[in-house]
Design a protein around this ligand. Structure first.
Ligand code: RB5
Length: 148
């Protein structure tokens, strides 16, 4: 898979480590910054990462900020994006399996690097469900988007 990754300053150190992880798993990385711990605005990077998924430049995305929440809010404004803040392996699995999430958001100030690595592995390795009830529910999410 091609995986876009982005962060603000709060997530920068974790981003570097997650890039190594994703590459070691055999995937291709598109790194959209930021490139240092200098303060930046998370919406700039959240939008860029989400647009990369929405337009097909990447299959899925990983966005990291202090809480994961700001990145998630921005990403979910982009048409076609189903972004999820995940805080453990189980939420990562359900976000993919039940919600067909195409962006993973992580909170670097609240999760250890080790936990983020485990969450990322699960998110990448879990396929979306082929069960009818999950497909129906995700289609309903996308219809809400169309109505707006
Ligand atoms: C930056 O201080 C912080 O607000 C940001 O990383 C993120 O947590 C926003 O949701």
């Amino acid at each position: 898979m091609k995986i876009v990754i982005g962060s603000d300053h709060a997530g920068f150190n974790y981003k570097s480590r997650l890039i190594e992880l994703v590459k070691s798993m055999g995937h291709t990385i598109l790194d959209i910054g930021t490139d240092s711990c200098q303060s930046v605005d998370y919406p700039d990077f959240g939008e860029k990462g989400a647009r990369a998924v929405a337009c097909g430049k990447a299959d899925i995305g990983i966005l990291i900020c202090g809480t994961g929440i700001g990145m998630d809010m921005v990403a979910n404004k982009i048409k076609g994006i189903r972004s999820a803040v995940c805080w453990n392996e189980e939420t990562a699995r359900f976000a993919r399996d039940h919600n067909f999430a195409n962006i993973l958001c992580l909170g670097a100030r609240f999760l250890s690097l080790e936990k983020c690595i485990e969450i990322t592995k699960i998110f990448i390795n879990t396929p979306v469900s082929d069960e009818k009830r999950h497909i129906r529910r995700v289609n309903k999410i996308m219809k809400v988007e169309e109505r707006n």
